[in-house]
Design a binder for this molecule. Sequence first.
Ligand SMILES: N[C@@H](CCC(=O)N[C@@H](CS)C(=O)NCC(=O)O)C(=O)O
Length: 185
Amino acid sequence: MTLELIVRNYNYSSWSMRAGVLLRAFVPDFRERMVHFVGFDATSQFKAEMREISPTATVPALCDHARTDSTGRPLVVWDTLAIVEYIAEYCAHSPVWPRDAIARAQARSLCAEMHSEFGHLRARCPMNIGPDLGQQGAILWRDHQGLRHDVARIDAAWCDLWDRYKGPFLCGDFGAIDAYFSPVV
Ligand SMILES: N[C@@H](CCC(=O)N[C@@H](CS)C(=O)NCC(=O)O)C(=O)O
């Protein structure tokens, strides 16, 4: 297998989780490398290691060891949305995006929205899957109208897709949009 996904611990990295969930579903024999994480500051071991791999020094990064870039190094895809598109081409016969054009447009729109919007949710609820944070969540919910607004928007989008496609996943079969919202769940 030529694909290697470089990630941080999925418990704490929503972007890593999105790419990891997608590859587990569509490229079961990909390799996974977890970069040791102690902090994001410029001098951290994490940033030093990631700078060797990706121009943005962020996770996830996808290396395709079967292809090289103009410097002769393995091809790197360094943004989650670009990784989704790369996997969609790599698995051209699997429905990473829905086959139906309308569903595909909706799935792409929502993934893009997750990429660029929901600032309150992202700022108030950073990824931490392990502990039960119900009490902290209740306080955030009470105090932050913007957070309630973001969650209401996601709820409305999911309900709309559920009404249209009747599940079992957001646009029918499992695809990129489900991987994209897996950390939100
Ligand atoms: N737009 C990027 C965001 C990736 C991102 O922010 N990853 C975080 C971990 S979840 C990271 O590596 N941050 C390191 C930093 O900001 O220095 C993507 O979609 O992949």
